[in-house]
Design a binder for this molecule. Structure first.
Ligand code: 4AD
Ligand code: MG
Length: 442
């Protein structure tokens, strides 16, 4: 069995006046004992089909009339261009029910359940996530998400980056111990990786330009609008590069994602109310750069209680992003605010050569990256000053012992980028099965 007729092609006028066979699911059904108006959906759209008792005969008409929402069907009939909604209709002549929904268990995601839930937020919809995926809002998000993934792959592949995979079971932290997931590992302890980075640095002398897209794990106890415990992480690492060159790729990939969405997903973005001019601005306008110290001054001038040396949390980023129309970089964080792998600035080692990219409209950090400490002496000093044991990082230190070179990279939170570019309120809206501290099901 295969399918060769798609609703979006019918709506585009490709089959006007022709007999076709449509495979899909019943989305809505209304009408009388003589005529039914049945909206069928597939992965590409929705179309109204007209079923008449006089044409179909009693048996199939009654079967169709009794079929509940989300029953799967094959319908045959003629495509007519009309002046009604969407401009096309199918006059059904025959068909069959493939998977009938049991009337004792109707599809639980009803219009009223949806209208109570703004963007899929209720526990009920999260419990029924496997069914909620079929709603048009979620389908739209998943298509946007697919284009974001495609754009990231094409950005790096078109620039000679090699896709490279690192292990997910690891022995040490990358981004600090407080968000490490510990897992029993045959009588020992292992952790789920927070980032691909350290293993990418090991391959940096072999491949020089590498990237990945993979899940990363963070035991984030608090549930926020931008944290998942399992998120998709696009990371890159590049040899012989400074912080500025790494930032150029960060800006490059984000702008490429925005322009890809305009090319591929304008209809979907418009359907969820996203202003396409904003996306065009994110694709076309250069991203400004400010230093951490300037950000602290801006915050203090706005009366925010913030001290030099603190990492900036979401509440502070949100205030900062209010002044910007496009994403902007913050560079040169204090050494004490960042993990050991960040390279101290040779001009003033109180700072490290790093960057965060903050998305506007209050979304905040979408990228973290920078230059790496690359001499053996400096990396040992940084590990020791953090009080981190050296042992799990011996392989990492070897990267410096055997021909270390200046290099850097970044990590981009793919789900966060999807949230921002689709204008969603919550990161859970853009991933099929969100994971947070309270939820590992369905
Ligand atoms: O800033 P982070 O922690 O940096 C790193 O992991 C580096 N090792 C990356 C590198 O240089 N290769 O994380 C990078 C990005 C953040 O900017 C954010 O977008 C995303 O990953 N991120 C999360 N996204 C969703 N849920 C979470 N709990 C996230 N934690 C980080
Ligand atoms: Mg960060």
């Amino acid at each position: 069995m295969s399918k060769d007729t798609w609703i979006n092609d019918i709506l585009a006028g490709q089959y006007d006046g022709q007999d076709i066979e449509l495979k899909g699911w019943i989305h809505r059904s209304r009408g009388s004992n003589k005529i039914r108006f049945i909206v069928i959906r597939d992965s590409t759209g929705k179309i109204q089909c007209v079923a008449k008792r006089a044409v179909l005969g009693d048996d199939f008409f009654d079967e169709l009339k009794g079929s509940l929402i989300e029953s799967s069907v094959i319908l045959r009939g003629k495509v007519e261009a009309t002046d009604r909604e969407h401009g096309h209709e199918i006059q059904i002549t025959s068909g069959e029910i493939v998977g009938a929904v049991n009337p004792d268990r109707p599809f639980p995601i009803t219009e009223s359940a949806m209208s109570e839930a703004d963007g899929g937020e209720t526990e009920f919809l999260l419990d029924n996530r496997h069914l909620y995926l079929r709603t048009s809002r979620m389908t739209t998000m998943l298509k946007i998400r697919s284009s974001v993934f495609g754009a990231i792959h094409s950005y790096f592949r078109n620039r000679d980056f090699i896709e490279y995979q690192a292990p997910n079971f690891v022995a040490g932290a990358v981004e600090g111990g407080s968000t490490l997931f510990e897992v029993p590992y045959f009588g020992r302890k292992a952790y789920l990786t927070q980032s691909w980075q350290l293993y990418a640095e090991a391959a940096m002398p072999a491949l020089e330009r590498l990237y990945t897209m993979a899940p990363s794990f963070r035991a984030e106890k608090s549930r926020t609008r931008r944290h998942l415990t399992e998120f998709w992480h696009a990371e890159m690492e590049i040899a012989w590069a400074s912080n500025n060159e790494v930032m150029k790729h960060g800006e490059g990939v984000v702008r490429h994602i925005a322009s890809t969405l305009l090319d591929e997903r304008s209809d979907e973005l418009a359907s969820i109310g996203r202003d396409l001019e904003l996306i065009a601005r994110y694709a076309d306008t250069p991203y400004p750069i400010i230093r951490y110290d300037e950000a602290i001054e801006i915050l203090q001038s706005k009366g925010v209680d913030v001290e030099w040396g603190q990492d900036l949390d979401y509440s502070k980023e949100k205030i900062l992003t209010a002044d910007f129309e496009v994403p902007h970089f913050l560079t040169h964080y204090p050494r004490i605010a960042k993990p050991f792998y960040h390279r101290p600035d040779p001009e003033d080692p109180k700072y490290v050569l790093c960057h965060d990219l903050l998305a506007p409209e209050g979304y905040g950090e979408i990228i973290g990256g920078g230059e790496r400490t690359w001499s053996e002496k400096e990396i040992l000093e940084r590990i020791d000053e953090e009080g981190t044991p050296r042992e799990p990082y011996e392989f990492y230190i070897d990267t410096r012992r055997y021909g270390g070179v200046p290099h850097g990279g970044f990590g981009l939170g793919v789900d966060r980028v999807c949230t921002w570019l689709s204008g969603a309120d919550h990161i859970r809206e853009v991933i099929p099965f969100p994971r947070d501290s309270r939820r590992v099901t369905p």
